[in-house]
Ligand binder design. Structure first.
Ligand code: GLC
Length: 487
């Protein structure tokens, strides 16, 4: 079996003060089965609240994606992904072969200063990247027919239409004034027009919806799409009859509608999540205090910061002797450690944690002793384990709400793909929450299996553009603001 946590028996020589801290942290970060079940129960209620007319703290945004793909979609589409760190532009051709596609793509760095600058600068930069992509792959743009584009905008946005997105609030460290509460599509389209980019926006999508649809394109058992990356969120297919806040539209109750949960906002009221003093500081110092409570315990943006807060706190605590007499100024810099720093600690294969020691030395100018290294490793494990176990509560809650006892969940994002043991820890938590018996054969599939997703913001965005064009062709105009873009 994979070793998911350190064997506590190995702390025999650790000095008392450090041992006491390890035990305190273990208490603070523990998420036992009963707690996970309690969180999941509350989560189910909050998902329902979000769909109701009154609404709740989880936005549960309808996305106007109104069917799963069949695998027989065809055509060529552009896809643009504005993530937290990069811009990615793709051209996707859905081929005649069932569930197959060709893709070409380019990545552009998203300069850090654009994340807190002016909206126009951001959208013009994006338009320039798109233009460069089209010129590279299509040559002269003068005579080109406008290409349909699926734009993956992975921030909470109300979508009264599939080609509209009113930003509810920035997440993932973005803080551009004048965008919250506004529709981002006209800002984007104005930039395209100013730059003469031959593109028509067909669908604005969230990365989770893209992940759900892309994964379902190749695997019909896929029912939930999740992102565990810089942010953390999920999407699934609901029936319109279970979405009271859409009742005024009079859609047939069995009409499917993909919901972008925006579950990062779960428990903003702090009713069930086991918050530590470190979570409270992170929230207080963030650009949006009081928001994204769940996300702040799970997402890659925060894992390294939680760890950093703990280390600084222990150093400053006079009852604890850690990094004594050393200059920890590098460690004092907020957000200086990202989740890859924690990954590296958890991945250190050596008994004496020599790689962790090297990492502290090169990155922070700190020389931890043997016992400090053990505390460091255990702290990383606790943070990583809590993140994986809490994330399973969200998956369990959607499954319970929908009555899924067996399905696949498509997951993407740097934490899911790269953080050591994240998958195994999440699967273990799901087993505990849903009371599955232990496996008899290790190769056996779990009833609900979280698997690596297909490319949501590329293939998923293209598919959603295709599905939307197709339903418009059949006369389903629900949630379409600009029919002219669909002809
Ligand atoms: C944040 C965003 C959300 C996105 C998630 C994963 O939670 O608000 O829209 O899906 O990150 O990228």
């Amino acid at each position: 079996m994979t070793r998911l946590t350190m064997d506590t028996g190995s702390y025999v020589d650790v000095p008392k003060d450090l041992l006491k801290e390890i035990e305190r942290l273990e208490q603070l970060f523990s998420t036992d089965t009963a707690k996970l079940k309690q969180i999941t129960e509350h989560f189910v209620k909050e998902l329902e609240k979000g769909l109701s007319v009154q609404g709740g703290s989880i936005p549960m945004n309808p996305t106007w994606v109104m069917s799963f793909p069949t695998g027989y979609e065809t055509g060529t589409y552009l896809a643009l992904d504005m993530g937290g760190t990069n811009l990615r532009v793709c051209q996707i051709t859905l081929t005649e072969q069932k569930s197959e596609f060709d893709i070409i793509q380019s990545k552009y760095r998203l300069p850090e200063e654009l994340k807190t600058g002016e909206a126009d600068d951001l959208f013009e930069y994006i338009a320039d990247c798109l233009m460069q992509f089209i010129e590279t792959h299509h040559g002269d743009t003068g005579r080109l027919e406008k290409l349909p584009l699926g734009f993956t905008f992975s921030y909470p946005a109300t979508q009264n239409y599939i080609d509209e997105g009113i930003l509810q609030r920035w997440t993932k460290g973005f803080d551009i004034p004048g965008v919250e509460g506004h529709n981002v599509v006209p800002m984007f389209e104005a930039a395209l027009a100013r730059r003469g980019v031959p593109i028509k926006l067909t669908a604005l999508i969230n990365d989770t919806t893209g992940t759900l649809i892309a994964s379902a394109y190749t695997d019909t058992k896929m029912k939930i799409g999740c992102i565990f990356g810089t942010g953390c969120n999920a999407a699934y297919m609901e029936d319109c009859g279970s979405i009271p806040k859409l009742a005024h539209l009079g859609l047939p109750p069995d009409t499917p509608m993909a919901i972008n949960c925006e579950w990062g906002a779960f428990d903003n009221e702090h009713k069930v999540l086991p918050r530590t003093p470190y979570d409270i500081i992170i929230d207080k110092d963030s650009p949006r205090p009081g928001q994204q409570a769940f996300e702040k315990m799970i997402a890659g943006l925060y894992l390294g910061e939680i760890f950093r807060q703990i280390m600084v706190d222990l150093h400053d605590n006079h009852d604890v002797h850690i990094f004594e007499g050393q200059d920890i100024s590098a460690l004092r810099k907020a957000y200086s450690l990202d989740s890859s720093f924690l990954s590296a600690i958890e991945e250190d294969p050596f008994e004496n944690l020599s790689e962790t020691a090297d990492l502290f030395q090169t990155k922070l100018g700190i020389h931890p002793n043997t016992h400090e290294l053990e505390l460091i490793r255990r702290t990383a494990e606790l943070i990583g384990t809590r993140a994986a176990r809490l994330s399973a509560c969200g998956v369990a809650a959607i499954s319970k709400k929908k009555g899924y006892t067996s399905c696949h969940v498509g997951a993407d994002g740097s934490v899911f793909n790269k953080y050591p043991h994240f998958k195994a820890r999440g699967a273990q938590a799901l087993r505990e929450i849903l009371d599955w018996p232990e496996k008899t054969d290790p190769k056996e599939e779990d009833p609900i299996e979280i698997l690596a997703a297909e490319d949501g913001s590329g293939v998923g965005a293209a598919l959603i553009a295709a599905l939307t064009l197709e339903r418009v062709k059949k006369g389903n105009m629900h949630g379409i603001l600009h029919p002219e873009n669909f002809r």
